[in-house]
Design a protein around this ligand. Sequence first.
Ligand SMILES: Cc1ncc(C[n+]2csc(CCOP(=O)(O)OP(=O)(O)O)c2C)c(N)n1
Ligand code: SF4
Ligand SMILES: [Mg+2]
Length: 347
Amino acid sequence: MADQKIASRTQVNLVGLGKADYRGNPSTLCQGCGHNSISSQIIAACYELDILPEQIVKFSGIGCSSKSPTYFLGRSFGFNGLHGRMPSLATGALFGDHTLRGLAVSGDGDTASIGMGQFKHVLRRNLRLVYIVENNGVYGLTKGQFSATAEVGLYLKGQGSNPYMPVDIAWEALVGNATFVARSFAGDPKQVKELIKAALSHRGIALLDIISPCVTFNNKDTAVHSYAWGKEHEVALHELSYVPPAEEIMVDYEEGEIQEVTMHDGSKVILKKLEHDYDPYNRAEAMRILEEANAKQWLLTGLIYIDPDKPSLLDIYNLTETPLNRLTENRLRPPRESIKQVNDLMF
Ligand SMILES: Cc1ncc(C[n+]2csc(CCOP(=O)(O)OP(=O)(O)O)c2C)c(N)n1
Ligand code: SF4
Ligand SMILES: [Mg+2]
């Protein structure tokens, strides 16, 4: 047993890194906060996918959730944006260097309250970005006010009863033309990890709405963002495993029990059918099942929708192979004669 523990501490992946190399600073969030468990799965996913931390750039806005990039991938660059403005920061940075993979963490307040406008536009532009919303129904950092995802009638100490209908982040993403929409639950770490892996392979925006309980301000058993509610009401669309490119698919399911989703880079997501015969390529069906889930009070989790082949924002702009931030001035600035030609044409 002791030998096993030492081996797992010293084991390295294909890029020669141990799991500890993917960690960040110790978390200052409350013990038991769902956001900590999501950080652990980001660490595990990147380690298992053999990603060099330096190839990832982290983005976030403001909130307890948005603090969490400090607690994973300490070797990656990271940027905290203004509250609700992370998407434009990520768009600019990834235009600057399209060889980096973007990984963003936001909160339900940061995305669905102050940040709704930016959220909608980054979806329709299909920026290649893993966009995780750590959704707890409250503004945790500012001491537990209702966020836009809080359910109508939620009663919180100091706040009273929430009179407004909630925003459904997965629904908004579907309506907003996102090309990868998933929902998960911080209390289901295996599913969170496999979805993060799939999202990292997606060549476009990958939206993960993860219910992530705030144990300090919104964790009563009856609240829909609590651990107890999630555990009792989770309905998984499928059992999900991610298989990297060039790796053999090793599952012992019966034929007809699984569906394979092939990602742009050749990796595969294996979906084992559970009670629903569900097709994640069908957007209308995705909307229908979200409606059904709301009506039946299910916490519906899994890969809700995917379009693996739509051009990403950077494909549309046909960027140079050399990232813009590495082009020298003489390649960026047109010669004097070209500018004169353009001016002569216009005036
Ligand atoms: C422009 C602006 N308005 C308000 C705030 C105050 N503020 C900081 S975090 C936050 C909400 C964070 O909630 P959420 O994104 O859900 O993150 P959580 O803390 O719940 O993880 C608010 C309103 C701010 N920092 N900036
Ligand atoms: S206040 Fe809530 S969201 Fe913030 S760290 Fe604590 S448990 Fe997490
Ligand atoms: Mg929140």
